[in-house]
Design a protein. Structure first.
Length: 433
């Protein structure tokens, strides 16, 4: 197994596009009080800045930090090019997000290609053609390949950047050493909460997991997690590379600089979110049978609701109406910090007669709620107009034409799934994600 992880991907792309940033501490993320760091250059990491860190803390650690809001369209461009390079080595690869890939190299035997030489050639191509650095790990399973790619990347020690070898192969002796020396946090899927629970149980090291009965571990973590961790502690990982990972859902979440108060504010934002999701569905030629909403309050508690329909939808108005009905079923007393809407349970658009006029049942009241008033000729006209706008945008760019809701201070600017404030709100308080 091979695992490739691009170095500081978002920040690296920004530096490539703006050479004046070379050598400066750069981070991509939300610059507001509720923002988080998504990617940090190694110059920023020397000050302790890291991904998932609150932006307020990052600026405190590095006062000269250059915080950029992120451009997902650009990152997706680079990601597609990255995947094309990997596919030249082997078609058996599995993307994880935009900047990571697992690949199964067993098929290279037929071509008489050695895995280590293939990995080194892949790294050189990524460097030469994309101008990006990466770490590549090789191991007999996904667990060790992922751990190895981390070892292959540069790291900051005592404020100094330490170069790494770029390609790291894990042999059996190294496997045994890592299992004996690794903290549980190093394992796939062990986040801060699970790690804290394991430490509380007296299991801070991977080697500790090998000595505890799996049934005892299951009582605290559940049977699935217990089985997985017990296997990892033995160096086992049966996961295969899944080549075709079609999207299972599309969604749009936004954290607000100023929390939303009142039904009208929430519904207004929800309609914009619905438009983003609807456009993403149509771009993929999908319709969705299940619509979900998530509401996070100022005390950080979250509530979600979902509704599955007998047919699929891909229309802004229909999705917004379902979302509004679902939000209406939630008892909202506090201000809303985050609002999201998601679509899943996909069908091919050509196989489904999209309906814009229907009723749904809300989860809490089971009352029939009208989800759209569009019907008959008005429905047909609405769909024709929507499709015409989509076609113009495909030909001339997404800012060529839009509705009044797409109009911003500088012209038409329809929101995208990952937009200017994808990692948290900007400090101005006005955010179009």
């Amino acid at each position: 197994m091979l695992h490739v992880d691009l170095d500081a991907f978002f920040a690296s792309v920004e530096i490539l596009d703006d050479p004046s940033l070379v050598g400066k501490p750069v981070a991509v993320g939300g610059s507001g009080d509720r923002g988080v760091v998504a990617s940090a250059s190694y110059e920023a990491r020397r000050f302790g800045v890291r991904s998932a860190m609150p932006s307020v803390m990052a600026r405190r650690l590095c006062p000269d930090l250059i915080m950029l809001p992120g451009r997902f369209d650009r990152y997706e461009e680079y990601s597609r090019a990255f995947h094309r390079v990997v596919s030249d080595l082997t078609p058996d690869f599995e993307p994880l997000g935009l900047d990571e890939v697992f690949a199964d190299l067993r098929s290279l035997r037929r071509l008489n290609v050695r895995p280590i030489s293939g990995a080194r050639a892949l790294r050189e191509r990524i460097r030469d053609e994309l101008k990006l650095e990466c770490g590549i790990g090789l191991g007999r399973n996904k667990l060790f390949a992922k751990l190895a790619s981390k070892k292959a990347k540069p790291r900051v020690v005592d404020g100094q950047l330490v170069d790494a070898r770029g390609v790291y192969w894990v042999n059996r002796a190294t496997e045994e050493r890592w299992i004996n020396e690794m903290p549980v946090e190093a394992l796939w899927g062990v986040g801060p909460a699970t790690a804290a629970k394991l430490r509380h149980l007296g299991l801070p090291w991977v080697r500790d997991l090998a000595r505890i009965d799996e049934a005892s571990l299951a009582r605290h973590l559940g049977p699935a997690m217990a089985m997985t961790l017990a296997a990892y502690a033995r160096g086992e990982d049966a996961r295969e590379v899944v080549v075709d990972r079609g999207a299972k859902s599309v969604g749009h979440d936004q954290t607000f600089a100023r929390s939303l108060r009142g039904h009208d504010e929430i519904v207004s934002e929800l309609r914009g979110h619905a438009g983003v999701v609807a456009r993403a569905l149509r771009e993929r030629h999908y319709v969705a049978r299940t619509i979900s909403v998530v509401v996070r309050f100022d005390d950080l508690t979250s509530v979600s609701r979902s509704q599955t329909l007998a047919f699929g939808v891909d229309d802004d108005v229909a999705i917004a109406s379902i979302g509004e009905a679902l939000v209406s079923s939630i008892h909202i007393e506090q201000a809303v910090r985050l609002l999201g809407i998601h679509a899943s349970n996909f069908l091919e658009r050509s196989q489904n007669q999209v309906q814009l006029s229907f009723g749904i049942e809300t989860p809490s009241t089971n009352a029939r709620v009208a989800a759209s008033a569009i019907s008959g000729a008005r429905q047909a006209g609405h769909e024709a107009l929507r499709d015409a706008i989509d076609e113009v945008r495909q030909r001339f760019g997404r800012t060529a034409l839009g509705s009044l809701s797409d109009l911003g201070p500088t012209g038409v600017d329809p929101a995208t799934q990952q937009g200017r404030a994808a990692f948290g709100p900007e400090p101005s308080g006005y955010v179009t994600d």
